[in-house]
Design a protein around this ligand. Structure first.
Ligand code: NAP
Length: 542
């Protein structure tokens, strides 16, 4: 039996108060619907609330990683750096919450633990970890793609005598690492951003690396006020241009094969990218970098040479050099002095491919070769990405079907927006949408606008339920797969394919067809009266 609701039912429940949930709330209010938002954190911010580790910053330029829905908002907010730090982005999100008076509909410190479809009542019954229950007609998940931290999966973690911090749940008051011997496990974006900053503070730092990543210099700098003024004067033009970009980030795209150009010219182009500090620049230089192994290798070798030129100890340089998977098929990292950090006397690298971790001990970390002693440990071990945040929410659709069962062989959705058998459930940046392979705020705004317009349509046409046709869903899942298969992406054991979580089905989860094509498809579906969706007027069972 689904739990009964003990609060007034509402039209819409939104799960999450990060960038997606806040804008969804704003739009839902604009439709005159009643709404509740549940947020696990004690305040707004989502990713930017939890990931407060030293060095955390965005890797999309601030002027593009911001809401576009209100020209006044974009004019009044001043970014101080090219790539904003976590505290600055959090201040921005708090400003948005204040500006639109959003907090009054948000229940903080509350996690949704079950969401059960009640077809007879045409509602979702939501239960939280604080014991609250509420029914809603429409359920919108805005839980993010990288919000379910993955356990480190190392035996003995609980025996460590000192503090353990996780980059994905960093103490809000910060941590004083001065004078400490610190061990960091993990060299994805979070590790790569935090390692140079931790190295500056700690007495010594040992980095435990399993897979080397490709990282490019961010070239972060204060934003020139004049540049910002000019940008803002042409903001509408820039926003429109962003929507023409495959990744939703302004970038120059080449049209030639990387193999068709003179090697010197190609190197000049890569050098230009290296200097621009835009992570999408090299992959965009030549279209076949993402589709052809030989073309990709030219970019991979360029970055490898940069690592060799930066890291003084050739053995350390070699250990840091990514091999065995194509460049860009794991999320490219942007760093500020990452490789240079390994030239410090106080920093050492443990190559876990050579000597794997056996266990965490009370004193530190024991590998097959040695026990390394630490005062503190930092885990930057990543997330159960894209599906993790949805699957831990206890979602059960029609006939009690658990979303976990439905997705046992990998996520299935129509347009990344809805799942067959789960009527009136919308998933912002869900699997099968550009989400994490795009500038996510661009994708968030598009999903929120699409869902808001859909809700308006449903109300105007007196429609009680919307859900995808199974055929439309199957075709979309196949399309997402086919597009990914045209690229090199599925060749890497990345979190994009769930390879970082033991037992997770290996399916490429985001949609690689690009932001413009995806937007067009979603718009066409809506314009055709929600083609591929089943709209049902019934409000009581037949
Ligand atoms: P991640 O990319 O999944 O990296 C996790 C790291 O931990 C990997 O190096 C992984 O090694 C290692 N690891 C995991 N379990 C381990 C174990 N048991 N023993 C040893 N090593 C282990 O996670 P992330 O760095 O948090 O980044 C996730 C995503 O969040 C990024 O790709 C990016 O999209 C986003 N992000 C963005 C920013 C930004 O915009 N600035 C910053 C941070 C994160 P393997 O590779 O061998 O599994």
């Amino acid at each position: 039996m689904p739990p009964t609701a003990d609060r007034e039912p509402v039209d819409v429940v939104i799960v999450g108060a990060g960038l997606a949930g806040l804008y969804m709330l704003h739009r839902v209010r604009g439709l005159g619907l009643t709404v509740r938002v549940f947020e696990a954190g004690d305040d707004v911010g989502g990713t930017w609330y939890w990931n407060r580790y030293p060095g955390a910053r965005c890797d999309v330029p601030s002027l593009e990683y911001s809401y576009s829905f209100d020209p006044e908002l974009e004019q009044e907010w001043e970014w101080s750096e090219r790539y904003a730090t976590q505290p600055e982005i959090l201040r921005y999100i708090e400003h948005v919450a204040d500006r639109y008076d959003l907090r009054r509909d948000i229940t903080f410190g509350t996690r949704v633990v079950s969401a059960v479809r009640d077809d007879e009542a045409n509602s979702w019954r939501i239960a939280t970890d604080t014991g609250e229950q509420v029914a809603c007609t429409w359920l919108v998940t805005a839980a993010g793609c990288l919000s379910a931290p993955k356990p480190p999966e190392i035996p003995g973690v609980e025996t460590f005598a000192g503090p353990i911090w996780s980059t994905s749940n960093w103490p809000a008051d910060g941590v004083d690492l001065t004078g400490l011997r610190v061990g960091v496990v993990g060299t994805g974006s979070s590790g790569i951003q935090s390692i140079p900053v931790i190295a500056e503070q700690a007495a010594s730092l040992t980095v435990f690396q399993r897979t080397p990543n490709y990282s490019l210099p961010a070239r972060n700098a204060p934003l020139d006020p004049e540049y910002q003024r000019e940008w803002k004067a042409r903001y509408r033009e820039h926003r429109a241009a962003v929507l023409q970009m495959r990744t939703g980030i302004l970038i120059e795209r080449g049209t030639q094969s990387a193999l068709a150009v003179d090697p010197d010219e190609r190197t000049r182009r890569f050098e230009h990218c290296w200097d621009t500090g835009l992570f999408a620049c090299i992959p965009a230089s030549y279209p076949d970098i993402t589709t052809d192994l030989a073309a990709n290798e030219t970019a991979a070798e360029f970055v490898r040479a940069k690592i060799r030129a930066t890291v003084r100890d050739p053995e350390v340089a070699e250990a840091l050099t990514p091999r065995g998977y194509p460049f860009g098929t794991k999320r490219i990292c942007l760093d500020s002095g990452y490789y240079e950090t390994f030239n410090r006397d106080t920093v050492s690298l443990v190559d876990l491919r050579r000597t794997p971790i056996v266990e965490v001990t009370p004193r530190g970390i024991r590998t097959t070769e040695a026990e390394h002693e630490f005062d503190a440990l930092v885990f930057a071990t990543g997330f159960d990405a894209v599906t993790g945040p949805l699957l831990r929410m206890g979602i059960r659709g029609r006939d009690g079907v658990d979303l976990r069962e439905r997705w046992a062989d990998g996520p299935r959705s129509y347009l990344g927006l809805q799942v067959a058998g789960f009527p009136n459930l919308f998933t912002i940046t869900g699997p099968g949408s550009p989400s994490v392979v795009s500038n996510v705020i661009v994708s968030i705004e598009q999903h929120v606008d699409w869902i808001a317009e859909c809700l308006r349509y449903l109300r105007e046409h007196d429609i009680a339920t919307i859900e995808p046709d199974l055929d439309a869903e199957d075709a979309w899942v196949q399309h997402v797969h086919d597009v990914a298969a045209l690229t090199l992406y599925p060749q890497a054991p990345s979190w994009f394919v769930g390879a970082n979580v033991p037992g997770k089905p290996r399916v490429f989860m985001p949609y690689l067809g690009g932001v413009p094509a995806y937007r067009q498809r979603c718009a066409e579906v809506a314009a055709a009266g929600y083609n591929g969706f089943r709209l049902d007027r019934r409000t009581v069972p037949a």
